[in-house]
Design a protein around this ligand. Sequence first.
Ligand SMILES: C[S@@+](CC[C@H](N)C(=O)[O-])C[C@H]1O[C@@H](n2cnc3c(N)ncnc32)[C@H](O)[C@@H]1O
Length: 231
Amino acid sequence: MKIDILTLFPDMVEPVINQSILHRAQEDGHVEIRVHDYREYSTDKHRSVDDYPYGGGAGMVLRVEPVVRALRDLDRKRNALRILMTPQGIPYSQARAKTLAKNDRIIILCGHYEGYDERIRDYFDVEISIGDYILTGGEIAAMVVVDSLVRLLPGVLNNEASAEEDSFSEGLLEYPHYTRPRVFEGKAVPDVLLSGDHGKIEVWRKEQALSRTKKRRPDLYERYLKRRKDK
Ligand SMILES: C[S@@+](CC[C@H](N)C(=O)[O-])C[C@H]1O[C@@H](n2cnc3c(N)ncnc32)[C@H](O)[C@@H]1O
């Protein structure tokens, strides 16, 4: 997979993509992530990318020309999925991450300022929000998307099963985990996990996932039950 990130703050993005699993995924050739400062695509002498809004009002608006110039340069064959980070987009989810991970090429635009010139939207395939709150810019949101989809690429995680069992992959929160010591301050590891009976452990984990989801995320639980019924 190839990912191009368009940002005005490459220094915010570089440290994140050059650590841990994202770094290793690039080293191992599972993904190529390139970061571009789209100020480079501005042609005026101040290399400006924003301007005052028509009609007045607070804040500056991201101009359409530098963005479209960047897209045309990076995506000449028009074969990348173009993602616009915006709080007005589709709410991001694990299901969406799985869909995105199927693409060979992705371009992500990180916004800034008050908003985009509305015409920018015409040049993108999908608008994504990472939640109902406002960040100062799209960089952190783009990192959420990149991190969550890269770990789904085949071969990126050492233990493939761990991505399959993560919360949300089956529509449920994940079961609880324990490691040594067996007892800590009077809190003991559930006996079943020490039993060596893998069948029983699987049943216990499923029950835990169900009861945990029901308690913490009744919305997910209801959706899970409905899906089961529909099947
Ligand atoms: C200050 S925000 C602009 C918000 C804009 N005034 C609005 O209400 O839609 C600047 C940029 O941060 C990014 N951003 C902020 N919150 C976000 C969110 N929840 N999800 C995705 N991107 C977000 C977007 O790229 C956005 O263009």
